[in-house]
Design a protein around this ligand. Structure first.
Ligand code: ATP
Length: 466
């Protein structure tokens, strides 16, 4: 797993998908930039989500709210008081840890052959977390003699709450938003009025969120700056269960349609510990290279947010329908764009052994997500072949995302497009001059066949949808 993961990170960098941010200055922990191919893939993922939310559901509209909001938004949402993680510092190494993860990982490693003891400690941890008994968690760490893995000594600070929001110093306190949802709730009134939506209806948004994660790791999985694709669906309070079940089922089906793997690649799990705003929550988990982990959360937020915004803003945030006046309930679907990018990238990246014994690296992305839909090459850089290939490229580049390349031998050009995930390559050769046909090569089967130049655009459109 760790070998594959290192290979994946290096592949993402070498082929222009993801770069460490500020790399020339030594990088920035858990912040990444998307390169030329990465941004195309990411935009295709966004478009797929956006269309399936806003076009396929006539009762879902979009919004693009600002990252910086009035600080009262975060008082009302509970993020200033409750958006905490537990934190413990190691005095010698000055390293920070999340105490519950420290205990869980220690127990997993050291009580492999003693399931009873393991169970006993994890249940004590769970009870202490439930009661928010930070003292007992500290005692547990001391009792277990957990050492700092780096310095192998036991020298811990007390456990404290650590707020995960990034605060910006300004004339007033400002925060970088830790979720996009509050931009929806604070615009609720304007959206209802301007779009004339009736319950049930949803508001979708794609945007950046920021969390000061204590342990940010696993590449794009846990970042400090990331993007979310969220949808808040407003409903009658008495229909909470119906819509909660509906969105769990609908979102799981959406993931399966991406075809990254069959049902065994997904798990739908109810939350043990609910976020401060949620009355019910489920995770859709995906089988990442490091195991099953959350990719999307579905929560029932009931009237938690709108009610608090009414209180803090002193404005009525209500639905007036059929002589009724009420605060609707909310079911939320919250998907991490970068986590989905990682899921798609990791499940598509393959090393294949060819018949001739050589290895080829191929990114078997779903065609419609591929950053580049087709590549056009001349077989050789002479005898008028580059001119014909360039003409084909220029004629079609407005309709499809294409590349023209002539920098290497044809074999190397194919390998490069395989590594980027391009579904089709079209090669102009000497027969093209006589018959107006080109060689079409498919990424997955590597089969080649001759087709007429006139067919190229139709094939790309039919096969990739773009
Ligand atoms: P986790 O338990 O992994 O920290 P969470 O339950 O806090 O996630 P939510 O607040 O429900 O996550 O956020 C919704 C989605 O946003 C998650 O399912 C995930 O895909 C994404 N997400 C959350 N935090 C991060 C992060 N630090 N980096 C990348 N994506 C994230």
């Amino acid at each position: 797993c760790s070998y594959f993961f290192d290979f994946l990170i290096s592949h993402a960098k070498v082929y222009g998908f993801v770069f460490p941010s500020s790399e020339i200055y030594g990088g920035l922990n858990a912040i990444y930039d998307y390169g030329p191919h990465g941004v195309e893939l990411k935009n295709n993922i966004k478009e797929f989500w956006w269309k399936s939310m806003t076009r396929l559901h006539e009762n879902i509209v979009g919004v693009d709210s600002s990252i910086l909001m009035h600080s009262d938004v975060w008082h009302a949402s509970g993020h200033i008081d409750k958006f905490h993680e537990l934190l413990i510092d190691h005095k010698d190494s000055k390293k920070r840890y999340r105490p519950e993860i420290l205990i869980q990982e220690y127990v997993k490693k050291n009580f492999l052959n003693d399931p009873k003891k393991k169970e006993e400690i994890l249940s004590r941890l769970s009870q202490s977390l439930e009661k928010k008994d930070l003292g007992d968690i500290k005692v547990l760490i001391d009792e277990l003699c957990i050492c700092d893995p780096v310095f192998k000594t036991k020298n811990w600070t007390e456990i404290r709450n650590f707020n995960m929001m990034f605060k910006i110093r300004n004339e007033k306190d400002l925060y970088l938003r830790p979720e996009t949802a509050q931009g929806v709730f604070s615009n609720f009134h304007n959206i209802v009025k301007s779009s004339r939506m009736k319950i049930p209806f949803g508001i979708a948004q794609i945007g950046k969120s920021f969390r000061n994660e204590i342990i940010a790791r696993r590449f794009l999985f846990r970042m400090r700056e990331f993007e979310q694709m969220e949808m808040q669906f407003f409903i009658l309070p008495e229909e909470e269960i119906k819509w909660y079940e509906y969105w769990k089922k609908t979102r799981l089906k959406w993931h399966l349609e991406l075809n990254l793997g069959d049902k065994t690649y997904y798990q739908l799990c109810d939350h043990d510990h609910l976020s401060h705003y949620a009355s019910a929550g489920s995770d859709i988990k995906f089988h990442f290279p490091f195991g099953f982990q959350e990719i999307e959360g579905i929560h029932s937020r009931r009237d938690f947010d709108l009610k608090n915004h009414e209180f803090f803003s002193k404005k009525k945030i209500r639905i007036f329908e059929w002589k009724k006046n009420y605060i609707p309930y909310v079911i939320e679907t919250s998907l991490g764009l970068d986590r989905l990018f990682l899921a798609i990238f990791s499940s598509s990246l393959k090393k294949e052994k060819l018949k001739n014994g050589k290895i080829r690296i191929v990114l078997k992305l779903p065609y419609f997500l591929s950053p580049i839909k087709a590549a056009i090459f001349p077989l050789v850089r002479k005898d008028g072949l580059p001119e014909i290939a360039r003409r084909i490229f220029h004629d079609m580049k407005i309709r499809h995302r294409l590349v023209y390349d002539e920098k290497e031998s044809i074999g190397k050009l194919y390998r490069r497009q395989d590594a980027i995930g391009t579904p089709f390559c079209f090669t102009v050769d000497y027969d093209t001059i006589k018959t107006n046909t080109v060689t079409m090569r498919n990424r997955d089967s590597m089969e080649q066949k001759r087709i007429h130049i006139k067919e190229i655009s139709k094939i790309i459109k039919e096969e990739t949808g773009f």
